[in-house]
Design a binder for this molecule. Sequence first.
Ligand code: G3P
Length: 197
Amino acid sequence: SQIGLAALVLGYLLGSIPFGIILTRLSGGPDLRTIGSGNIGATNVLRTGNKKLAALTLLGDMLKGTAAVVLAGWLLGGKAAALAAGLGAFLGHLFPVWLRFKGGKGVATFLGILIGLNWSIALIFAAVWLSIAYLTKYSSLSALIASLLTVLPLWFWMRDAQAAGLMAILALLLWFMHRENIARLLAGREGKIGQKG
Ligand code: G3P
């Protein structure tokens, strides 16, 4: 439908704002794509040594997902528009036209979209992420597990098949974007949180 398409485009435009790139550039830092994992997300901003900037990147990449879902719900109306905007925001973050379609891995935006759809499940995601990160110090592993575990309570507890369906698709995309991280984890070569290089 036209409303679905409008929501998708609105979401994409918000999601494609690369906060990590913008904030590090404004603060005179390096191009994220040339350091660490080369990723544009908060985990890699932390490798520049700037914790405040990493926190701001996390916040920006998260809230753009929340904003897409909430704004589409208000402006266009209805759950379908909110879901389409969430999908758009995620695709915008992963494949931003402004960065020749080479964007991020989607963790912060996944959480932001979840906040917009169901904040109690978002709390579960955050709790799982923090627990795994505390135990293992691997940002990627925390996101891989948290994204998968999020889909289950949406389906079995909230009985929200639509949101569960969307988040399952986003989790699959998130796993695909982490394929190099997964290879490094399996080889025991993944960098730990805050570790430079
Ligand atoms: O936010 C993405 C995170 O899961 C992994 O980031 O930079 O270690 O590849 P990075």
